[in-house]
Design a protein around this ligand. Structure first.
Ligand code: VG1
Ligand code: CO
Length: 541
């Protein structure tokens, strides 16, 4: 029996870079989850179709899943495929949508944001191609949340999601599946598991830090069970609702123990980590961390070493703030490189149209046309393949890459939780300065060009305005400014800095040192201190 519940709109359900991300107490308000889910169901119209549902296991995952099942049943969805215990990583949701020919998927995660009752929660909607729904759909969902008057559900006791198999909720079949099976099978079609197993058996050692988030079960199934790495290769392998109190963010700040271990005598030769929902990756060598923009470039240059990419790449894409390192590889390979706004949803059309095979972002996301999300474990298997085939260390591979293509020194400076108005003042101020910037000399650098990035999707012609301020310097440097679309309190200003160095004798500087002049120029032009009162960033990634 369908129950209809009266509700009133919340004004703050505008999705950001990646779904609707809010602090847990916001999500705990009566009707908050229901309103947003009903808006998705109203816009997507999945009646008679299949929907995939799963999340990263964080606090509220269990509760939200039961609500979604009851509402999806009321919306006449024919079949809901849900991961056991409500668990599915973001790339696994994408893989299952595609394997099952589902019409869409709902992912419960706030990604790398902390979890637990005081942490964050999130709801993302993916379309039939397995990727984040395009901007037009997310905008329609937002508009629906502003007009919603009721939602519908099939009330009943919570379903048991611990057992595999099918049950019925009204006319809807609820199918509980193993969360790793489809994903692992997909990885086996892309990489040579026999070869990787032999490499690990030959004595090569690795470490994977799952950060008490969703990738634990996937990493154990792949690296330990299938590839034979010794037990203990996967650290923090049990998903916890609060991620053990840590930030499940694989960056040099939060993955510091892994980085320290890799730098110690007798350490394994390869370290990696993933984030809350399993779509990000961190690649660590002995005494070094690979910048995500470099990782994308190295993967593009070596992808042919993995069976799925042996025939070459159709093209590559990077988000605008990602360094231009991958563009240099594309040029050498004679393939096209696309520049998109931040967020994975912009890669979907390019992948669907076969214009690109690989894509990535500076924020530790890399992926390919095997799914429509970034994929942490995929990136680790890619690096493991490169290490096995080349027989060189992470550091040697990186240095040779720079010697061949030049090095793009790179850093991101985040000013977190500044007042919203101050964040907007920085961007608005820069926008006003744009026409006068070319030719201006700042601390030894000269501005060559400056603009506000806008993107016209080459496949469907849709236009996305105001995607970040870009300042190009004559000295091969660039500074980019944008506001985060995933933060849950105030504004976060992101300043992305890069500088190209072709001379091999100058490619081993500390990146802070190499970027000091660009950082100073960016600070001066944007007047961040004057507008926010902050003398420096809160995080340097
Ligand atoms: C950040 C990153 C962006 C990434 C997004 C989602 O967005 O910059 O590159 O796609 O997070 O990543 P923003 O708007 O805060 O800069 V995750 O792992 O949430 O799914
Ligand atoms: Co993520």
């Amino acid at each position: 029996m369908i129950t209809k519940v009266a509700t009133t709109p919340f004004k703050d359900q505008r999705p950001g870079t990646s779904g609707l991300r809010k602090a847990v107490p916001v999500y705990q308000q009566p009707h908050y989850i229901e309103n947003f889910v009903q808006a998705i169901l109203d816009v997507a119209d999945l009646r008679g179709k299949t929907l995939v549902v799963g999340g990263d296991g964080r606090f509220l995952n269990d509760h939200a899943i039961q609500i979604i099942l009851q509402m999806a049943a009321a919306a006449g969805i024919a079949r809901i495929v849900v991961g056991r215990d409500g668990i599915l990583s973001t790339p696994a949701v994408s893989a299952v949508i595609r394997a099952r020919g589902a019409a869409g998927g709902i992912v419960l995660s706030a990604s790398h944001n902390p979890g637990g009752p005081e942490g964050d929660f999130g709801i993302k909607y993916n379309a039939a191609n397995g990727g984040p729904a395009p901007e037009s759909v997310m905008q329609a969902i937002y508009e629906r949340t502003l007009a919603i008057e009721s939602y519908s559900l099939v009330q009943g006791p919570d379903l048991d999601l611990a057992r595999l198999g099918e049950t019925k909720l009204a006319d809807t079949v609820v199918e509980v599946v193993d969360p790793v099976e489809t994903y692992v099978a997909l990885m086996e079609t892309l990489f040579d598991f026999g070869r990787l197993k032999a490499f690990l058996a030959s004595g090569f050692r690795m470490r994977f830090d799952a950060m008490s988030a969703v990738t634990g079960p996937y990493a154990k199934a792949i690296f330990e069970d299938r590839l034979g790495a010794p037990a203990g290769t996967v650290l923090n392998g049990k998903p916890l609702p609060d991620f053990g109190g840590h930030h499940p963010d694989p960056n040099p700040v939060h993955a510091v123990e892994l980085i320290r271990e890799l730098a110690s005598p007798g350490a394994p030769g390869f370290g990696a980590a993933s984030d809350g929902d399993g779509d990000r990756n961190l690649i660590v060598g002995n005494g070094l961390v690979v910048a995500p923009s470099d990782s994308l470039a190295v993967i593009a240059a070596n992808a042919h070493l993995a069976p799925a990419y042996a025939g070459g790449l159709a093209g590559v894409a990077r988000s605008m703030p990602t360094s231009r390192a991958v563009d240099r590889v594309a040029e050498r390979l004679g393939i096209r490189s696309y520049e998109t706004p931040t967020g994975w949803k912009f890669f979907g059309n390019l992948l669907d149209a076969d214009r690109i095979t690989l894509c990535g972002e500076e924020s530790a996301g890399t992926g390919s046309n095997h799914v429509r999300e970034k994929d942490g474990i995929w990136a680790v298997l890619m690096w493991l393949t490169i290490l096995a085939e080349r027989g060189e260390s992470v550091g040697e591979i990186l240095r040779q890459h720079w010697a061949t293509f030049g090095r793009d020194y790179y850093a991101r400076h985040d000013y977190e939780e500044v007042p919203t108005e101050a964040g907007e003042a920085v961007i608005n101020g820069l926008r006003g300065l744009l026409p006068g910037l070319p030719g201006r000399k700042v601390g030894g650098l000269t501005v060559a060009a400056a603009d506000e990035f806008a993107y016209t999707d080459p496949v469907d012609g849709s236009v996305s305005q105001r995607q970040g301020i870009r300042i190009f310097f004559e000295e091969g440097a660039r500074a980019v400014f944008r506001l985060s679309g995933t933060g849950t309190s105030g504004a976060t200003i992101r300043v992305y800095l890069e500088r190209y160095e072709a001379d091999p004798s100058r490619q081993n500087l500390d990146s802070g040192e190499a970027l000091a002049a660009v950082a100073a120029a960016a600070r001066e032009i944007a007047d961040i201190q004057g507008k926010t009162g902050r003398a420096g960033p809160t995080v340097i990634a």
